[in-house]
Every structure is written in C-alpha cells, then in structure tokens.
Design a protein around this ligand. Sequence first.
Ligand code: ZN
Length: 220
Amino acid sequence: MTYQHRAADGRELELPLGKVVCIGRNYADHALELNNPIPKEPILFIKPATSVVPMEQPFHVPVDKGAVHFETEMAVLIGETLRAANEQQAMHAIAGIGLGLDLTLREVQDQLKQKGQPWEKSKCFDGACPLSAFLSPASVNDLTDVQIRLTVNGEVRQDGNSAQMLTPVLKLLSYASHWFTLEPGDVVLTGTPAGVGPVQPGDQLRVELVDLLRVDTSVL
Ligand code: ZN
C-alpha cells in the first residue's frame, strides 16, 4: 500500500518517507509491565520505511507468528536535517505531531531478547508501523503534556501522558541525532505508555492524542 506523509487537514506533505526511529521503554510503567529494567539511557531502534502504512486505512497484522501487540505512541515528523543537534535545533526541525502504532510480534521479540539478538524480525515486518496524518507543531501547545490513548473495541487499553516520558521529545531528538542523522521525512516514535496487549483481525481501534487528533481504524 502506498504511503505519503499527510497533514491533518488532508494535504499531502512534500516530505519523503524515511526511516522510523523508535525508543524502547520510555515510560517506566511500560518497562515494568514487561519485566524490563528502567533504562539509564534511551534504547533506540529503527523501523524501515517498508513497515509504514496509513493508520486511517484498515491494516493487516501477521497471523502465523504469534501475538502481535499494539504500542500506541506520539509520532514526530522531522522536517530538517538533524545531526548532533541541541534541543532548540530539534524543536525547529519538527514538521508535525501525529500518532504511530509500533506493532510488535511479542513472542518473537521475547525469543530474540533471550538470545541477545536484534529485534528486527519482531518490529520491522510490512505493516508494522501504521502512521496517522500530522498536526502542525504550532497546534500542540506543550509537547510534555499530551494525552495518548488507545481504545480497542470500546475499551480503553492505553491512556498515558507525554509528561511521563523518561526522555522527553526534544531531548530524545537531540540524543538520537548524536548517534545518527535524522533527515527530512524521518519519523520518531516516542515510546509507549503501559497497557500494551494483543491485536487481532476484526478489532476496532480508536487512536488518540486527546483533544488534538483522533483516528478510527480496524485490523483486517
Ligand atoms: Zn514502541
């Protein structure tokens, strides 16, 4: 399925789709629910452009590789090159704020973790990263006070606030840019709050930045 970055008003954005940079365990209560230690430094990994699909359209998940978990995350669209950037440069480089689902083959990931192997097989499959349209950064008053909520089949499953991030957004962008370059069109997923769980074909999802952005979608 073709994907193009979009603004929340429906316009297509000029930015090309690049990589998706993700942070593991950026909310203490999520680290603890999976029996992981709280990291001293951000844990970074990357989902490829081929994993991205538009969140608004019903999407497929693998059905033959064990449980697929949802992880609902605030997504940051990068508009300018960031290399060893400070937080102010990071702020100016934000082109949009949206939503991402960091879909994860949890049993596969558990096996990879046990063996000390990289997580790609669990995190990078085609369709592993549904992304919403993006709000203009000016329409988000305070990046450190955004409520992130996922409702599955009418039941609230995740309900966290960006205030709970161990590494807040600007610090995260700066940190990542000291390890590798962020380019226009890249997306940074900022971690998931507690409450992760399985998704299955037929599930109806409502994904929200509360009072800012809402996506109703479903799993095929
Ligand atoms: Zn995640």
